[in-house]
Write a new protein. Structure first.
Length: 824
């Protein structure tokens, strides 16, 4: 009880133990222990569980001679600030020896491998510790976050002790101006003894706004740089360069260099005594494989001075948002005149190159080093306002080997000054042997895209060209080639917003693997491809058909928009296999189009799943059935969704009643803003709609009835009952002339109909003649939330017609009671 009294007296809080699963007892809040005049005290423990004091800082043991070895528990020697031992009223000169007898002392800093300081308070505690000479000698990783300028003092301690340190991470320090103060360090001897951080592998510096240097003098000969593998620097806004040329020459093991958002950086590698040296120095980074330079608003070059760079292992180079950069290195990604001599830049292993938002550059790769990029696989150039050429032509250039033979992805976007992708002066030079993806966007100075080198490419998979307002021609072959050219793997072609494009792929082509085709806003493109007439030696095409001769036997998705030059999409003489695999068809804003699907093509669409026709001003019919064979099994058997939108002259879905089953898989039908359409389907056609789930009619100003009786039905009626077994949603809105869903007395069965929304149908007095069986329907919505029900569908429509105030939001209170009463 006496011991407990002294312990509670000298701790800042009430002494509370933390018993963890019965294997130990810890007093985490205790900072001071005092044992006085306890002659019989042998041990603090009352069972076999060890006692731990994780926060203990001060110990006093006075006249307690009976305490056995380790009887007072476990403590951390590195945290102890004061130790006092009194035996027989005499204070011991070396209390640590006795304390180590009373306690089982550990020292976490003796073998610690990872250490982190988070905040100024932790830094103060660390600096106040009585460090032993052996502390931090086995440290492998150190991280400091949210500290102040005193961090330099602790780093100096680590430099003297932590010879095995591999990872150094400093983040979010607003005060530190340098990482290493070389002026205060003892210099190593001539044999290299005393080198600091000889095993350092990773240096990470993030958000240090006052940092103006890593070392305040040349670190060569002082620091071990040979093993440094990764340097990552982020948001160090006062830093002007990263390393000196001398230091760069020592970075033989550097593999990754990443520099982000350092506004004042002008060069990465800075020449010492610039202007003094006359001999050209070669800087080689033999293992550097990943180099990233992002958001460096004042970066001019990677290096300055009279030196050349070699990157024999570099695989990825990313330069993004460096608007003042005039060159990455001399003669490569530069704003100057292309060099005609090799400047020594070695980039043999480079496979990814990205240059974005570098507004000063005129070109990327000059001819003199073009043949070195044998492993380049992905080239992305974007938002470089001054860039005129990727590869400036040199009349002396000649290569029998393919150029950029491994390039698979070429992405060029937002290049307003680009004149060529490949200059036609290269003539017979072969490029891009393995090109798979070509993306070209927002290159408004480009007048032609000349790519004869991809003709017959076995690997080309995607072509996307968009938003190039002056592009007129796209050549995938030489202009005089007349033989059939096949692209066996071309899967996707997209041509968008090319107002002047009038020629795409002149010649004869086969696209056996083309599955997706998108043509949007290319009004001058009258036909997809033009074909050579061998007799006249001329290119020929139909004046009114977008597809004339193409064999597109695997096309699955076709989207076309704003092609006013075409009256028809499909020529009647297209190969019989064409469009047989089509699944998605979208036809939008083709104002001269008279019909979408000619009769000769309709039976091919056995796999068509979704069809959208929108904004075609002259379109009068969607399907031409005049010449459809009556012995066909069925039409459009897989069509599940049909959308007809903004077709002001549409008078019928088809120009002849189908004589075979149609729409047997249709689940969703939407007719929107087709102002000239008076009726939708005949009753004989409606019987095929057995899978229809949603029917939406909106904004059809002249529609008078949805279903009508054709001549066959009137003459030979088969049944007085019409069944829609799957319909769940029926939406009728803004149909001012609609008087009835069907004006004939038929029984309609709607077993799954749950949602009916009707508004702005002033002429409808009842839903339809005949009985309406709707066992699942409980209300008709007249607004998004307002609903009414009078027991059945016909009575509800009658009620709404006779009570117009219930059809609108006006006078809502007066009709709300009626509607609620009806529903209840």
């Amino acid at each position: 009880m006496i011991a407990a009294f002294f312990l509670q007296l000298w701790t800042s809080r009430t002494l509370v133990s933390e018993a963890a699963a019965s294997n130990r007892i810890a007093y985490s809040e205790a900072t001071t222990l005092v044992f006085e005049n306890l002659d019989s005290l042998v041990s603090f423990r009352w069972d076999d569980r060890p006692i731990q004091w994780p926060s203990l800082e001060n110990i006093t043991v006075s006249n307690c001679a009976a305490i056995k070895d380790s009887g007072l528990g476990n403590a951390d020697l590195s945290q102890l600030k004061s130790m006092k031992v009194i035996l027989q009223d005499k204070e011991e000169d070396n209390p640590e020896i006795k304390i180590s007898k009373y306690f089982d002392l550990s020292d976490k800093f003796e073998k610690i491998q990872q250490f982190e300081i988070n905040g100024a308070e932790e830094l103060s505690k660390t600096l106040a510790m009585k460090l032993k000479p052996y502390h931090f000698q086995q440290l492998l990783q150190f991280q400091a976050k949210n500290c102040d300028e005193r961090l330099n003092s602790f780093l100096s301690i680590l430099l003297e002790r932590s010879k095995q340190l591999k990872d150094l991470i400093i983040k979010e320090n607003k005060s530190i101006k340098r990482v290493f103060d070389c002026h205060t360090l003892t210099k190593p001897d001539s044999r290299g003894n005393g080198i600091y951080l000889p095993d350092l592998e990773t240096l990470t510096l993030w958000e240090l706004p006052q940092l103006n240097c890593i070392w305040n003098e040349d670190p060569t000969g002082i620091f071990g740089l040979d093993h440094l593998k990764k340097i990552s620097i982020l948001k160090c806004s006062s830093l002007k360069n990263v390393i000196s040329v001398s230091a760069a020459e020592k970075l033989q093991g550097l593999q990754v260099l990443k520099l982000y958002s350092c506004e004042k950086v002008e060069v990465v590698v800075a020449m010492e005594n610039q202007g003094v040296e006359t001999q050209k120095r070669v800087i080689k980074f033999p293992l550097l494989r990943d180099l990233v330079l992002v958001n460096l608003s004042n970066l001019l070059k990677f290096h300055n001075g009279n030196c050349a760079l070699e990157f024999p292992a570099l695989e990825k180079l990313r330069i993004n948002n460096c608007p003042q950069m005039i060159a990455f290195t001399t003669g490569f990604a530069s704003a100057g005149e292309p060099s005609t001599t090799d400047n020594g830049s070695t980039l043999d292993k480079l496979n990814e190159l990205e240059v974005v938002k570098c507004g000063q550059l005129d070109y990327i790769i000059p001819c003199n080093i073009l043949t070195k990029f044998q492993n380049l696989k992905k080239l992305t150039i974007s938002n470089c306002n001054s860039l005129k050429e990727l590869f400036p032509f040199d009349s002396e250039f000649h290569s029998v080997e393919p150029i950029l033979p491994e390039l698979s992805h070429l992405v060029l976007t937002l290049l307003p000054s680009l004149l060529h992708v490949i200059n036609r002066k290269f003539e017979n030079t072969r490029f891009f042997k393995h090109l798979q993806i070509l993306q070209l966007k927002d290159c408004n100075s480009l007048e032609y895209l000349f790519l004869p080198f991809v003709a017959g490419s076995l690997v080309l998979r995607e072509i996307e060209v968009s938003d190039c307002k002056n592009l007129e021609k796209i050549f995938l072959t030489k202009e005089d080639i007349k033989s059939m050219i096949q692209f066996p793997n071309l899967n996707f072609i997209a041509l968008e917003n090319l107002p002047k494009l009038f020629t795409f792929c002149p010649g004869t082509f086969d696209f056996p693997s083309l599955e997706r085709l998108k043509v949007v806003n290319c009004p001058a493109l009258k036909t997809f491809v033009s074909m050579f007439d061998e007799r006249k030696d001329l290119l020929v095409s139909s004046n009114n058909c977008f597809f004339n001769f193409e064999l597109l036997k695997n096309l699955k998705k076709f989207h076309i928009r704003n092609q006013d030059g075409s009256e028809k999409l499909l020529h009647e003489d297209l190969p019989s296999e064409t469009f047989c695999e089509l699944e998605k068809l979208s036809v939008i804003e083709i104002n001269n189009l008279l019909n979408v699907v000619p009769s000769s093509m309709l039976i091919r669409y056995k796999k068509l799943d979704k069809m959208t026709v929108q904004g075609c001003k002259l379109l009068k019919e969607v399907f031409d059935l005049v010449e459809v064979l009556d012995n066909a099994d069925e039409m459009l058997p897989q069509l599940s969704e049909l959308i007809l939108n903004k077709l002001p002259n549409l008078v019928c879905v088809w120009n002849r009643e189908p004589q075979v089953p149609v729409f047997q898989n249709l689940a969703s039908l939407q007719i929107i803003d087709c102002g000239n359409l008076k009726r939708l389907f005949s009753l004989s056609t409606a019987k095929y709609l057995q899978k229809l789930k949603t029917l939406k009619l909106y904004g059809c100003k002249d529609m008078e009835e949805v279903l009508f009786e054709d001549e066959v039905g009137l003459t030979n009626p088969t049944s007085s009952k019409i069944n829609f077994p799957m319909v769940e949603r029926l939406i009728l809105k803004d149909l001012p002339k609609l008087a009835s869903f069907c004006r004939y007395s038929y029984t309609f069965e709607w077993p799954k109909l749950r949602t009916v929304r009707m508004s702005k149908i002033p002429e409808m007095k009842m839903f339809s003649q005949g009985i309406q069986s709707t066992p699942s329907l409980r209300a008709v919505y007249v607004t998004f939330i307002k609903k009414c029900w009078q027991g059945d569908l016909n009575n509800t429509i009658k009620y709404l017609h006779n009570n117009p105030e219930c059809r609108t939001e006006t006078d809502r209170k007066s009709c709300l009671k009626h509607c609620i009463d009806c529903i209840m």
